[in-house]
Design a protein around this ligand. Sequence first.
Ligand code: GDP
Length: 447
Amino acid sequence: MSSLSGDSAVIIGTAGHIDHGKTTLVRALTGTDCDRLDEEKRRGITIVLGFASLALPCGRPAGIVDVPGHEKFVRTMVAGAGGVDVALLVVSAEEGVMPQTREAVSHSQAAGVPIIIAVNKMDRPDAQPDKVMNELAALGLTPEDWGGESIYVPTSAITGQGIETLLESVLLTAEVLELSANPEIPAEGVVLEAKLDRGRGVVANVLVRDGSLEAGDYVVAGTAWGRVRAMTDDRGKSVKVAGPATPVEVLGLDQMPEAGDKLYKVTDAKKAQEVAEGNREKAKTPKVAAPRTLEQIQAMMQSGDQHELKLVVKTDVHGSLEALNKSLEELSTEKVRVSVIHGGVGGITERDVMLASASDGIIIGFNTRPMGKANSMAKKEGVDIRSYNVIYEALNDVKAAMAGLLAPKLVEKDVGQAEVRETFGIPKIGTIAGCMVTDGKILRSGR
Ligand code: GDP
């Protein structure tokens, strides 16, 4: 749908746990059998963002961004304001809240994006919508019926139950946001995905947010620039003009932009090149990380600049997560609020680091460690990861930081990483782990 009506444009990002029905619901919402979505799904994670256009009641244009890979949703949210206006959280009424549901909620909340909840699979005999609402209310999404502000719509992507109501809810939310777009102004969009195609060169999936993008326009997207050689819509049809809220595939950029880069129309080739080259220079200079260690936050709190301490908490088991979250939040004082923006069980992942980075928070690990590239990413992003084995110590540190009394911390230095390949028990000795060193070195004296 190429919308040139001047109505406001809403971009909806679908989120939720795998197999809860995001893709099926998008298909039901768009009212068409969007072959492309299926095809992308089959190809799995290689295709990053499937997209479809959606006509809302009253002819308001909307773009729906279906995100088959949860990681990509997280990245789109972290990319910030350019991407998504409303998060459509799909939760199976059978399964309820799952880890990726929790993460999607945390990320949407951190990005300040309103969440509409589709309690899906209502046609299933063991659907328990109340359980879903209870679990989500605990994450701060109190249903309207219970005196809160969150919109819940019971749906079935299979029978079509609730689809109309869901569309209306989206419209309502859009109205509250007072989003507006003007097709007459130069185009502004956001890159959802880019790939290099052998025959066609750089192919960028762009969501036009405002204005109109035309074939032949000069554009800049991050460090890339070019002239729009051709555009195709979400059905693979060639289009000459793309108005607000239209997702299009754009050919003609000179290099790969990054997902989340804003795309602008500029007057001519010279200007486009100039801006892109400026961005390339900027990209070369290392970013100065914002202050994000507990010590730095302590200094900011003392100077009165910071009044909230945001924490991402990861623990080994559920019991300690609940206990730790509660005790940490209870440390809040009149001056400084402690908020756990995300809590989960398991290792500290790159997504946790992304969330902490996007919201200027720190990560508290209890009996759990950074996994994969989380550590190196934390270093790059300047995110403080603090690991503890005793709850009391974690609480003490946070309390001390709030009071401005943080003692110099024992620094844990990563010297290497090993992967456990197999474990076997030996009587009297205990469990022996057969490991492969994957990074750095392992020292006999190391912990
Ligand atoms: P996604 O991973 O969240 O995109 O989930 P899919 O849309 O691929 O759906 C996963 C499975 O659940 C598929 O087999 C769908 O047919 C099924 N499904 C999705 N929505 C519903 C629903 O409302 N009711 C029922 N019974 N099945 C559904």
